[in-house]
Design a protein around this ligand. Structure first.
Ligand code: SF4
Length: 247
């Protein structure tokens, strides 16, 4: 699903998207000063990590280690560090909050219901994210229009009112093929789970492989009935209802 055979050369249109992405990142630095990229370590993140660390290094990068990531994701972090000879800043959840959560709901309490899942995402993702972006003028995300109905409405630069800074989505108009063409052309490392049917990779217990052609977010929190598959980092989200948890 993810890695596709084909030429290593980028088309003129793809090269244009690369140039536009770098230009936007540089403009955001000029406009907003301190800028930080929230790196999810998915395929899009390989593109943005490469562009930022090789062309706009004044943008800081962090990733959130929720404590429940796939082993393949940790190995990927190490491969990125080796390739770019830089450390990925890792931000961690508050240990006491996790202790309290697992004490009340159990180690996999997020399967018990929507509220429990959202509380877990808040502790392991949202709170560390807010801590990481504090003091910055803008944060960068790798969302793309074609990923979901919610993301189809996103703008390349928007004010993120809940977090009080600008949100920049420089690869909104990139297609799945554009992302993988760039990864192949530059021989970038990527998470091997993409080759096993995982278009979107989050925490291990909340992510699974999907059928070819399925919505790229459909493998996230698959036991919930929802009109959006988001953890809360991207606002304007409405989760409708909760279905059965996995057995
Ligand atoms: S994705 Fe799952 S394990 Fe990760 S923070 Fe959200 S509920 Fe918790």
């Amino acid at each position: 699903m993810a890695q596709q055979a084909g030429t290593l050369a980028l088309t003129d249109a793809q090269l244009g998207k690369v140039q536009a992405t770098v230009a936007l990142l540089r403009q955001v630095v000029r406009d907003h000063g301190r800028v930080i990229y929230s790196n999810s370590l998915g395929a899009e993140s390989m593109v943005l990590t490469d562009l930022i660390w090789t062309q706009v290094p004044e943008i800081d990068i962090f990733s959130i280690d929720t404590g429940r990531l796939h082993e393949e994701t940790y190995s990927l972090m190490e491969r990125l560090e080796r390739r770019y000879q830089r450390r990925m800043r890792l931000v961690y959840p508050d240990a006491q909050a996790i202790e309290a959560y697992t004490g009340e709901h159990g180690i996999n309490g997020f399967y018990n219901g929507l509220a429990e899942r959202q509380t877990c995402c808040h502790i392991r993702k949202i709170e560390p994210f807010k801590r990481a972006i504090a003091g910055y003028g803008a944060w960068v995300t790798g969302v793309r229009h074609e990923q979901s109905a919610t993301r189809a409405l996103a703008k390349s630069v928007d004010f993120d009112t809940p977090n009080g800074l600008y949100k920049v989505s420089p690869i909104l108009d990139w297609t799945h093929d554009d992302v993988w063409a760039y990864i192949r052309a530059h021989k970038l490392p990527y998470n091997p789970l993409h080759d096993k049917g995982f278009p979107s990779i989050g925490c291990s217990p909340c992510t699974r492989a999907v059928e070819p052609g399925a919505d790229s977010r459909s493998g996230r929190w698959w036991w919930e009935n929802s009109d959006s598959k988001e953890c809360g980092l991207h606002p304007k989200v409405r989760v409708v209802a909760t279905a059965k948890a996995p057995a």
